[in-house]
Write a new protein. Structure first.
Length: 287
C-alpha cells in the first residue's frame, strides 16, 4: 500500500492518505507510516472511520500503550478502555463538564507541552482521534523542536548541552490555575528527570525536550533554571517553527512524536460546545 503524503509546513507536518487504518496493516505499510513520522513528526489522517477498538488496535502496532491515570474518580471516567486518555470536556454521562476542578485541570492543555514528559518512561507517539468537534475554536498547535534546536545560537547550544530538567505534572497544572495538588495527587504523579537536549531516535537529529511540565533545571537555582526554560520555549514556539491544525470532522486522527515536538490546544467555549477527543499514547521503546 503506497501512502500519499502532502507536506503542510516547510519544516514538519504532513497530511497522509491512501491507507485504511481500520484494517490490519502489513509490515511494509506500517514501516512507511513510521518513516513518515520520523520525517514529519506530526501526521494527519482525515476521516479515518476509527472506533475506540480500532484506534487502540492500530496504536498497539506502534508499541506498548500507556494506561490513562484515573485522577478524578470513577464518576468522570467516560471510557471502558483504560488505554484511552480523555482530551474532551464531557463527563461520564456525556454532558458538558461542570466539575470545576476537572475543568481547571484541562486548562493545562492550552500550555505548550509534551505528553507524559513527567513520567520516567517517556512516551513516543500520541494518537488523538476526533469524535466530536466544536463548531468554532479548538484547533491544535504544534512546534518542531528539532528545527528550533538547529536554529539556536551556538552559544546557547553550548550552554544547555548536558543539562537535566525535572518535569512534574502538577507544575504545569498550577501554571494554568490548578490549586496545589493533594497528597494523593502528588503520590499518583511524582516528577521525572530528562536531558534537555536529546538525539531523536528516528531522524538522528538533535532536539530540545521541553514542556510546560518542565519545572526546573537540576542543580541550578530554581528561578534561574525556569527563566532559561521560558526563554527556550519562547524561542521554539516562534511562528516559523509552528503550525496550527484545524480539525475538520469526526474521524480525523493526528499522530505526533512527543520526543521532538510540543503542542497545545487552542481555546473554545467549553461551557457551550462539546468536544470529544480521545488519545492513545505509545511508550518509547527502551533499549
Amino acid at each position: 500500500m503506497n501512502l500519499s503524503i502532502r507536506p503542510l509546513h516547510p519544516l514538519f507536518m504532513a497530511e497522509v492518505s491512501g491507507v485504511d487504518l481500520t484494517r490490519q496493516l502489513d509490515s511494509e505499510t506500517l514501516r512507511s507510516i513510521i518513516d513518515a513520522m520520523d520525517r514529519y513528526a506530526v501526521c494527519v489522517y482525515r476521516a479515518t472511520g476509527l472506533t475506540d477498538e480500532t484506534h487502540i488496535a492500530f496504536s498497539r502496532r506502534l508499541g506498548e500503550l500507556e494506561l490513562a491515570p484515573r485522577l478524578f474518580g470513577a464518576a468522570l471516567v467516560r471510557f471502558k478502555h483504560p488505554e484511552l486518555f480523555d482530551a474532551g470536556n464531557l463527563d461520564a454521562s456525556g454532558n458538558i463538564l461542570v466539575d470545576e476542578r476537572r475543568r481547571v485541570y484541562n486548562k493545562g492543555n492550552a500550555l505548550w507541552h509534551t505528553d507524559s514528559s513527567f513520567n520516567a518512561h517517556r512516551s513516543a507517539y500520541s494518537l488523538l482521534l476526533a469524535h466530536e468537534i466544536p463548531p468554532e475554536g479548538g484547533a491544535t498547535q504544534f512546534a518542531d523542536m528539532r528545527a528550533a534546536y538547529a536554529a539556536l545560537p551556538e552559544a546557547m547550544r553550548q550552554r544547555i548541552d548536558g543539562l537535566i530538567v525535572e518535569h512534574w505534572l502538577w507544575h504545569s497544572r498550577q501554571l494554568a490555575g490548578y490549586p496545589p495538588p493533594t497528597e494523593a495527587e502528588r503520590e499518583a504523579k511524582p516528577p521525572a528527570r530528562h536531558p534537555l537536549v536529546q538525539i531523536h531516535p528516528g531522524s538522528k537529529r538533535k532536539t530540545l525536550y521541553l514542556a510546560s511540565h518542565a519545572s526546573h533545571v537540576v542543580g541550578w537555582p530554581v528561578e534561574e533554571g525556569r527563566e532559561l526554560l521560558r526563554e527556550l520555549i519562547a524561542f521554539a514556539t516562534q511562528p516559523q517553527f509552528c503550525y496550527e491544525l484545524h480539525w475538520q470532522s469526526p474521524g480525523d486522527l493526528v499522530i505526533w512524536d512527543n520526543r521532538c515536538t510540543m503542542h497545545r490546544a487552542t481555546a473554545f467555549d467549553d461551557r457551550q460546545y462539546r468536544r470529544d477527543m480521545r488519545r492513545t499514547t505509545v511508550f518509547e521503546t527502551l533499549a
